[in-house]
Design a protein around this ligand. Sequence first.
Ligand code: NAP
Length: 262
Amino acid sequence: MDLKITGRWAVICAASEGLGFACAAALVAEGVNVVINARRTEQLEMAALQLQEINSAVSIRWISGDITQPETQEAVLTASPMVDILITNAGGPPTGHFSEWSHDIWYQAINTNMLTPITLIQAVINKMADRSFGRIINITSGTVKAPQNELGLSNGARGGLTTFVSGLAKSHLLMRNNVTINNLLPGAFETQRLRQTFKQKALRYGDSPENMAMQRSQKIPAGRFGIPEEFGACCAFLCSTHAGYITGQNILIDGGAYPGVF
Ligand code: NAP
């Protein structure tokens, strides 16, 4: 299927690896020019080279810096001549116990996983409406639908983003001007983040990361972790011209792990 977004410009935050990179790769394959961001310059530069190999006809720009910082947000947004597509993403907050989370730790989680995406959305949305095209995807988490106690920081911050987006996405101004906002909710995907989680859990439970990973994958009806390319493909479709009637949705990609109906 031709997604009909060739020549568009996308800003993809936190995209030197993992799910952000997979979204960038899927968009680049569709002929979208991209600005990618991450903190570590070397990895980001390598990611940009990989993207250029996927499609030599598109422009690839990269801006290193922490996306939670206003100067990085400004640099990322101005590196793109226009923002037709915005993918918000950043690292997830640490796991732990609620009794350990100070106000500062809470603020950091809320700033990273709620206020930063909202600030970026605010910066681009009116111009998208003026141009009658806009696609915004927030990478959140399956735990928004099925919160886990140890992921309380993520549950709280991403929950706030989710309900904010639900209200905004349905505004007449956006929908009458072909601007959509959706959230993609990853279950367990084979990325550095997931590998790191198993290392931490293995230390806590005195087991090996490999064993913890195997046990977890067997609990997923698919019997495996998600592949980032599967995530990227879904993102690219939601950014396509064809997806203009889909907004305010929380799309879970989890190999059947969520037990509920809705
Ligand atoms: P990942 O493999 O660890 O990749 C994270 C990417 O984000 C890297 O490119 C990293 O590069 C960049 N990054 C992190 N913090 C950043 C910041 N403050 N500013 C700019 N760039 C930043 O993670 P992932 O698995 O793709 O996860 C992406 C998001 O999905 C996270 O929020 C995660 O919590 C969530 N999620 C993932 C899973 C899963 O199974 N993978 C499940 C549920 C939710 P630098 O380190 O160089 O900045």
